[in-house]
Write a protein that binds this ligand. Sequence first.
Ligand code: ADP
Length: 409
Amino acid sequence: IRFDHSKAKGIEKVLKSLKISDEELVKVMQILEMEMEFGLNPSTHKNAVVKMYPTYVRHISDGTELGQILALDLGGTNFRILLINLLGHGRIDIQSKIFLIPQSLASARLTQWTKGFSCANVVNEDVVKLLQTAINDKDLNVDCVALVNDTVGTLMACAYQDPHTSVGLILGTGTNACYMEQLDKVGTWDGDYNEPKQTIINMEWGAFGDNGRLNHIRTKYDEEVDLSSMNPSKQLFEKMISGMYMGEIVRLIIIDLMQQELLFLGHNQGYGDYNAPLYSRGGFYTKYVSTVETDEGIGFSNTRRVLEDMGIRNPTFDDCAIVQHICRNVSKRAARLAGAAVLINRINKPVITVGVDGSLYRYHPRFKRNMEKCMQTLVNENIKFKLALSDDGSGKGAALVAAVADCLA
Ligand code: ADP
């Protein structure tokens, strides 16, 4: 698609700032590997940005586990309750209820929560004990067996069906990953050294870059997203990638291009209507990025619908094409960063499956393809890898961790 010459230059400049070359990605991978070593080393762990927490999960499910398990999955957007029947042979029966976490949850009181389980009265307490006490108070016959990070759940759920699974990846409201590591590489390990000499490491990679080491690839839009977020200067890698921020990056670029008079120049398009969703923070949902990118060809019917929802009337062909270009570049950057960060080469195995969960990965029409394409150029030729959607992975996998723990007990 060609735009008229003067416009093209300005737009290209913006899009160029979002491009990360393969060479730059290799550098990002080297920095990440260094940060991972800092996280795993007891003398540097405290100040490390990528924390690399040992999870104490050492056995991967092998598809034979049996039993009925209740799993509670507190995500950033949804709270899922699953009753899971493990039937063996990789078969699972699930009944689930999903509750949307209401926006009130964004009130001041709850901003003190970090992802997972931590609030004013819970910090430093054993949350499993607290949950068990609450269960017992209700006279329910349920034993709390395991507290599991969602990345670990995703890895386990995928492993139940595919024994080559060695990585769990979340691409939803937030982003994070875990992988199986050899104990001799985990300096912070304080457990026993019996077989299996391995443990799943929860990387907490969302915080990659919080010490400024990724500033060279961050744009002014990333800075703006960060400054207006609830946790400024934290989770900078996550803010370039995950569902909570992607739509907002697109919105900020659109606004910037409008201010440069490169977009929506027609009359009566809503420019100047400052009540339009386009002008409010979070007004451009990440699911719109998916919608815009599903348009093929020159009709732009989905893009037009999204822009109408944003308060923009009668967008021109060029307007639609530019908005789609922005979405493609923002989501491609995210997919490439996530793909590079999986660091497949570091996992010393010839065949590797990456289990992935999260709505961004699930619903975005190109995320998987873009990740794979980028990984194909970065991963050593002798390694066969694949990305596998792990359906309801985090909840299902939590049940599997509980089942494996129960089998071993
Ligand atoms: P959680 O991470 O809270 O467990 P999800 O995996 O459902 O929950 O992720 C929710 C995130 O996914 C939201 O930030 C939302 O913006 C994003 N999302 C939802 N639908 C889509 C979609 N169709 N395309 C891209 N992203 C989406």
